[in-house]
Ligand binder design. Structure first.
Ligand code: HMG
Ligand code: MG
Length: 311
């Protein structure tokens, strides 16, 4: 294994990708406490919500209230998902300073998720990004179904490259390449990244792995070997997309941090405090959090024991 990356930026997506998929209604105050604790754990980018249609994703209906109520840490960026100009205007009104737009490498998924083809989504996002730039806001881009689509099956890496390059051309500072339904495997990950790196520098790429089939950490190592240094993860392994059948949790942030720490890759995240953040949201869910590190903690005599206690 040859890894030259010595620092990883972790984009915490639990409060958005995680909570958007929960059946139960989570009180706004609990979301705010959770996001605050994630910042206290050292996470510097925390996706705080989604200004999408509440008819499509009711779990994110309170994102404006959540955003307003977060005690903002000046060292933390709190991006939110924005699907269209309406979402952008709502975000501006709530005081948002950083957004993420999202499209896919397969048309069928995109239609199910945002009711637009890939081409239509670019026409839709062009004025959103233009407005964001006028406001001096940062815009991140997502490409879903980069390693497989629940409706179309295999997705050509060249399509992932095309959509990623279009997002960067539109003005995104970074593209998050999503394994929406967690089908990717390490050699495939290296194949897709190899195609992307022919045109896009590693510094503009992030990987967004879901752990549906248990390959997310292996895929992370594969991506690290290719020089990728930004990874999305959700605390406790919360997550999934409501419009991707079978999609389950994201790579658990605790599992990622634990592995990176042991590989001497710096993240700036305090694992014990991260476990405490997951412990804040856990009681509101109707199921245990799936993250492995967290489960190892809860199997100890102390619930959510510190990492030192379980080593
Ligand atoms: P639509 O139905 O085609 O749009 O939805 P519409 O313009 O006809 O609007 C329908 C209704 O929603 C209208 O209300 C609009 O006003 C309202 P009505 O007139 O019927 O009362 N509306 C809005 N309300 C609040 N905020 C808005 C907004 N827009 C419209 N922004 C739309 C199109 C894009 C809005 C819809 O499909 C949508 O919101 N989709 C979001 C789906 C979603 O959030 N999916 C999960 C996130 S993506 C993901 O998880 C993948 C990722 O993690 C990466 C990976 O894993 O691959 C990022
Ligand atoms: Mg996702």
């Amino acid at each position: 294994m040859k890894i030259t990356v010595d620092h990883v930026k972790v984009v915490e997506v639990g409060p958005r990708d995680g909570l958007q998929n929960e059946k139960v209604t989570i009180p706004t105050a609990a979301k705010v406490a959770y996001i605050t604790a994630l910042g206290d754990a050292g996470l510097r980018v925390i996706e705080a919500g989604a200004f999408v249609s509440p008819k499509w994703v009711p779990q994110m209906a309170d994102s404006a209230e959540v955003y307003r109520e977060i005690p903002k840490d000046p060292g933390v960026e709190y991006p939110v998902l924005v699907p269209n100009l309406k979402g952008f205007e709502r975000a501006i009104e709530a005081g948002v300073r950083s957004i993420a737009i999202f499209t896919a490498a397969s048309d069928t998924f995109n239609k199910r998720n945002i009711n637009m083809s890939i081409d239509d989504s670019f026409a839709n996002y062009a004025p959103v990004v233009a407005r964001a730039r006028e406001e001096g806001m940062r815009v991140r881009g997502y490409v879903s179904t980069a390693f497989g689509c629940p409706y179309e099956g295999d997705v050509p890496p060249e399509k992932v490259l095309e959509v990623s390059a279009r997002l960067l051309d539109l003005g995104c500072y970074e593209v998050s390449v999503g394994d929406t339904i967690g089908v990717g495997t390490p050699m495939q990950v290296q194949g897709v990244i190899g195609v992307l790196l022919q045109v896009i520098p590693a510094s503009k790429l992030a990987m967004h792995f879901h752990d549906t089939r248990g390959t997310a950490l292996a895929n992370t190592v594969a991506a690290l070997e290719m020089g990728i240094a930004t990874f999305d993860a959700s605390s406790g392994g919360l997550g999934g997309c409501p419009y991707a059948p079978g999609a389950s949790g994201n790579l658990a942030t605790e599992d990622l941090i634990y592995m990176l720490e042991k590989m001497n890759v710096d993240t700036g995240v305090d694992l014990n405090r991260l476990v405490q953040a997951s412990a804040i949201i856990a009681p509101y869910l109707d199921h245990p959090l799936p993250g492995r590190y967290l489960q190892a903690c809860t199997k100890g005599t102390m619930p959510f024991a510190t990492s030192a206690a379980v080593q």
